[in-house]
Write a protein that binds this ligand. Structure first.
Ligand code: PEP
Ligand code: MG
Length: 879
């Protein structure tokens, strides 16, 4: 039997989102629970995958079923495609498993052609109806040309602008039926000019091309970027929903809106949304006209509003979550076009999750599971310094569309935002309105400011998703995008001028207002408390300074998983001693130089122990190659020669001798300790002395130093370095007359260490995966340079994500699993963690949970993300 590629809305349900996509599954569910949904059908995500498998073609079997379902839809609705008496017009909309707002394509008013238009007008003598028909027709031609045939929107917009100028009007709505009719003709001519063929008049051809365009849009650049950012696999594909049109642009008794059952910015339990009279959905989202708040709809459309409020209640009680809905009112009757769990700010997500628990909708575990870990980033991001803010006077105000504070130099295009960011500049992207092509520029910007558009405009929705500060709809701005200048409250801003924006209040300021770290409170603690109850993985932090360590503790770190000691050598007074060590000719000379560094290191470690209040602190011994510490400037080399009392040539020769072709695979990590055991000795003394001092000060703390040897590839190598460490540590402990336990473990960051983990585990108290190097050496990709070519890998669908950001579970992950499986039986006490960047990436954290690691370690600001991701992994497993 042929596969089923199409489903009427009444054949599906909410549980079928993998097959029907989120939009299709929810349209089906709304149909099942009796809500007013125009009855259409969904083409499955599998059909999309098949389209790609068939070389980007819709095969006959799929198209056959589509036509069968068109017939069913016609029967249900009592209208026919292309019919001159009762024509059916449809929308064709994408809908993936995971919502990807604005990333893929939509075509409205499909089914119109000259004959249908004429017949529709002939059937209704109202001149306003004629206007509506031509308005729909010109919209269709424009949208079809842009979305399906990829003729730039700009050509059509220019024609609209010319028409408005000719007619002396400001808004589209002021154009008459005759104007719009003329415009439709101009649009068709433009289409022919651009493509060399007539605009397709057959509705079935239009439909087929539109479905193809939606499938194709799954692979457009912005969708690819969005998927990468949100861990959505390419293999999922998008469904296509074909739905009869209802017309918000029919007359003044009609309109269209977007709303949330709770405030998506704050989480407050109140209906929030926008409504635009005599308009189609695209007008609200595109922000071309500024809509009215939903509350005003109550006065203008009381019956439809009352129905809508009821629908909101039904949907929340049904889905037990905040809903984001699109709807249309046609002749005062409400139609639901979409519902989904609404995207929300982190702050709102926490409040909504807690409220849903308090209201009995969700359990604590469900509440923890519904927070997007990455979203927490926004809570942890800078806000304006309050004092500086008080002293500043806002120049103007837009909508606080996505919270946080941003300051930087004004740029006017997405391309400039990217280019300036690449030069190390901080920018604020200022646009009339944003469109999906702007996504990479929006990502590059500190903040986004738009002249047009409401809280549900593209800029607002996308910025909230990215956690980027955004102020939208500041209509007081007079914008001249072409000349890269705008004015606000009498002030002129040109490219490069400093500006500050507040995405919470919507305020806009001239100049740079300094920002401070975010402070977190309220529901954050409650959710994190719940998360901590469920997680099994411990969460540590990567910190080299007491400041970072304290911050991480505040954010819930349970220890330090990685202290990169080399970072402590770079300060001015230390680097001199370290260079002296490098220049030493004998071990004795080296020891003299190292003795100068010892007290610094010891002091550093003591401060770390203090900050960690008895929690574990894992200190990694020197890792980078020595050439990183020697001077490169002529003057500095001369200074070093003078300090060492050696000829400049000797120093230059020494520096040259440190040069390596592949320093990442060179004389670094424990290889340094093999050559210069005195470095490991000095570091051991510093660790043990610091620990003993701390223990004396805080007898109630459990100070048990963890010494970590980097870059081990062979057990004998580890054994050699460990012997140096143990002899020195024992000597120190004995000399102090103290009693103290300590551990010596190793980083596992070379494939050979994984392959021989059963040998290495005999000598190691712990393993910590350095997945930055492990990824580098498993792929053979330089961790510093691969960014330059990975883009080609994404474009060519070789990779879906950066393996340095998201753990490659198939390759690197397999090595990790092997190391755990080989190591644990040999040494049952072995504890195992990860401290590469992946330790703070949610999907990688889940993997670490699955392979049974004891902890993950990540940068301080990612600690809450890791705590939440670890809890979610445990909750998922419970299910
Ligand atoms: C690693 O390689 O993953 C690691 C944590 O060490 P570093 O980044 O310092 O090389
Ligand atoms: Mg490393």
């Amino acid at each position: 039997m042929a596969k089923k590629w199409t489903y009427l809305f009444k054949e599906g349900n909410a549980g079928m989102r993998e097959l029907l996509g989120g939009k299709g599954a929810n349209l089906a569910e709304m149909t099942n629970i009796g809500l007013p949904v125009p009855q259409g059908f969904t083409i499955t995500t599998e059909a999309c995958t098949q389209y790609y498998e068939d070389g980007r073609k819709i095969n006959d079997e799929i198209m056959g079923q589509v036509m069968e379902y068109v017939a069913k839809m016609e029967e249900i609705n009592g209208k026919k495609f292309g019919d001159l008496k009762n024509p059916l017009l449809v929308s064709v909309r994408s809908g993936a498993r995971a919502s990807m707002p604005g990333m893929m394509d939509t075509i409205l008013n499909l089914g119109l052609n000259d004959e249908v238009v004429k017949a529709m007008i002939a059937g209704n003598p109202d001149p306003k109806f004629e206007r509506f028909v031509y308005d729909s027709y010109r919209r269709f031609i424009q949208m079809f040309s842009d979305v399906v045939m990829e003729v730039g929107k700009k050509y059509f917009e220019a024609l609209i602008d010319e028409m408005k100028e000719r007619k002396g009007v400001t808004f589209d709505i002021e154009l008459t039926a005759a104007d719009l009719k003329e415009l439709a003709e101009e649009f068709k001519a433009e289409y022919k000019k651009q493509l060399g063929e007539d605009f397709p008049s057959d509705p079935v051809t239009q439909l087929k091309l539109a479905i193809e365009a939606v499938f194709r849009s799954w692979d457009n650049p912005r969708a690819n970027v969005y998927r990468r950012d949100n861990d959505i696999p390419y293999s999922w594909g998008t469904a296509v929903n074909v739905m009869p049109m209802v017309f918000g642009n029919l007359n003044d008794d009609s309109g269209t809106g977007v709303a949330f059952t709770r405030d998506p910015a704050t989480g407050e339990n109140k209906l929030m949304g926008e409504f635009l009279k005599n308009a189609q959905g695209e007008d609200v989202v595109a922000g071309v006209r500024t809509p009215m708040p939903i509350s005003q709809m109550e006065q203008e459309f009381p019956e439809a509003y009352a129905d809508f409020v009821k629908v909101c209640e039904i949907l929340e009680n049904h889905y037990h979550d905040m809903q984001d809905m699109e709807f249309t009112v046609e002749n005062r009757k409400l139609y639901m076009l979409q519902c989904r769990n609404g995207k929300r700010t982190a702050q709102a997500a926490l409040k909504i999750a807690c409220d849903l628990v308090d209201e009995g909708h969700k359990t604590e575990a469900e509440a923890v599971a519904m927070i997007e870990p990455r979203n927490l980033d926004t809570l942890l991001h800078p806000q304006f310094d309050q004092k500086a803010l008080k002293a500043a006077t806002p120049l103007g105000k837009g909508l606080g569309a996505s919270p946080g504070a941003a300051c930087g130099q004004v740029v006017f295009t997405a391309a400039d935002a990217e280019a300036w960011k690449a030069q190390g500049k901080k920018v604020v992207l200022v646009r009339l309105e944003t469109s999906p092509e702007d996504i990479t520029g929006m990502k590059a910007a500190q903040g986004i400011l738009t002249v047009r558009g409401g809280m549900t405009s593209h800029a607002a929705v996308v910025a909230r998703g990215m956690g980027t500060c955004c102020v939208s709809g500041c209509s007081a701005i007079t914008m001249d995008e072409e000349n890269k200048v705008f004015t606000l409250a009498g002030e002129t801003f040109r490219e490069g001028d400093p500006i500050s924006i507040d995405g919470t209040t919507g305020n806009i300021y001239k100049g740079i207002i300094p920002t401070v770290d975010a402070s977190i409170a309220g529901e954050f603690g409650r959710i994190m408390g719940w998360a901590d109850k469920f997680r099994r993985l411990k969460v540590r932090t990567n910190a080299d300074t007491p400041r970072d360590a304290k911050k991480a503790r505040e954010l819930g770190a349970e220890g330090i998983g990685l202290c990169r000691t080399e970072h402590m050598f770079f300060e001015a007074d230390r680097i001199a001693a370290f260079r002296e060590m490098i220049c030493a000719d004998t071990a004795e000379e080296r020891e003299v130089a190292l003795a100068k560094i010892l007290p610094y290191q010891q002091g550093d470690f003591e401060q770390l122990y203090e900050a960690l209040e008895g929690c574990p602190v894992c200190i990694r011994f020197l890792d980078p190659p020595l050439h990183e510490f020697v001077p490169t400037e002529e003057a500095d080399i001369e200074l070093l020669a003078k300090a060492q009392n050696k000829p400049v040539e000797d120093i230059k020769a020494l520096i040259a001798s440190l040069h390596e072709f592949n320093p990442m695979m060179g004389h670094r990590g424990c290889r340094l300790a093999v050559t210069y055991p005195e470095i490991a000795k000095m570091q051991t003394r510093a660790v043990i002395r610091a620990a003993i001092n701390t223990m004396k000060k805080h007898p109630d703390w459990n100070v048990r130093p963890e010494i970590m040897i980097p870059l081990t590839c062979d057990v004998k190598e580890l054994k050699f370095v460990k012997k140096v460490v143990v002899e020195t540590a024992d000597e120190e402990i004995k000399a102090a007359g103290a009693e103290m336990e300590y551990e010596v473990g190793t980083m596992v960051e070379i494939p050979r260490a994984c392959l021989t983990a059963d040998e290495i585990a005999k000598e190691a108290d712990f393993f910590c995966f350095g997945t930055n190097d492990l990824t580098q050496m498993t792929f053979g990709f330089s961790r510093d340079d691969s960014g330059k070519f990975l883009k080609d890998y994404y474009d060519k669908k070789i990779f879906e994500s950066d393996p340095f950001a998201r753990l490659d579970q198939d390759g690197v992950g397999k090595l990790m699993k092997m190391a755990v499986t080989l190591g644990r039986p040999v040494n049952p006490k072995l504890h195992v963690g990860i401290c590469g960047e992946h330790g703070g990436d949610p999907t990688s954290v889940e993997f670490c949970h699955k392979i049974g690691l004891d902890y993950v370690s990540c940068s301080p600001f990612r600690v809450p993300i890791a705590r939440l991701a670890a809890a979610q992994a445990a909750i998922k497993e419970m299910k």
